[in-house]
Design a protein around this ligand. Structure first.
Ligand code: HEC
Length: 207
């Protein structure tokens, strides 16, 4: 399925190619080749750092509470992170994901070979925090940024031993695999796909 930004891109592409075929838009055909926009890449790195800090902050605020956390406060750790990821995708025309082999929400399982290779790379290289890759996703060329997610002590309340998971998790996530972690384990990764500029897509299309 195409996301809305992808649909808009496809539509713009079709309109652009039609204009080119009509000979009305020669300037676009001679545009310089696009390299990934450095500012946009830097922005993606920053947004992911904020997203990760949001989770860490929420998890540790939970730990610091004196009264027992209510069902509602328990739910307010990783779900908002997923919602913020969706919002970032919409705002920027990116695809922002959380991906894990041992996932809790099945929306976060690895989807393709790129995902699997990146997870394996983080597994093999414990010092690796993030890296870039040039990829084609859904026939769209772009740059993908990957960032490691590591387990901290504050995560164990919900990602520790299977039997000590909070009840809302046992009830709400029947396919849950995201438990039995230890501090320092690889929990998963963020992946941000930044599609190439529309002009580049048009050039590729008419080659
Ligand atoms: C209060 C319980 C709780 C705590 C504490 C918690 N998580 Fe989660 N975590 C969840 C739930 C619930 C989900 C599923 C959210 C969803 O449906 O999107 C989840 C999902 C995730 C995901 C998305 C991938 C997946 O498995 O679906 C990652 C990554 C993650 N957690 C990492 C962490 C890290 C790292 C910490 C500690 C900094 C942490 N979590 C602390 C409950 C928690």
């Amino acid at each position: 399925m195409q996301t809305l930004p992808q649909r808009i891109l496809s539509l713009m592409l079709i309109i652009g190619i039609s204009l080119l075929l009509l000979g009305g838009n020669a300037a676009i055909a001679t545009a310089a080749p696009i390299i990934p926009n450095a500012n946009e890449l830097a922005q993606a790195v920053q947004e992911i750092e904020s997203l990760d800090a949001m989770r860490t902050g929420l998890a540790s605020s939970l730990e610091g509470r004196t009264e027992a956390p209510t069902k509602q406060t328990m739910k307010e750790v990783c779900r908002p992170v997923g919602m913020r990821a969706m919002q970032l995708s919409k705002e920027n025309g990116w695809q922002v994901q959380q991906i894990a082999n041992k996932y809790r929400n099945p929306d976060h399982k690895p989807n393709n070979l790129h995902d699997q290779i990146a997870l394996a790379k983080f597994n093999q290289e414990p010092e690796l925090v993030g890296f870039w890759d040039r990829e084609t996703l859904n026939k769209q060329t772009g740059t993908r940024y990957y960032r490691r997610i590591e387990v901290e002590s504050t995560c164990l309340a919900c990602h520790g031993l299977k039997n000590s998971r909070p009840q809302f998790i046992k009830d709400g996530y029947p396919q849950d695999l995201a438990y039995d972690f230890n501090v320092g384990d690889l929990r998963g990764m963020y992946a941000v796909f930044i599609p190439d500029d529309i002009q580049k897509a048009m050039q590729d299309a008419i080659k």
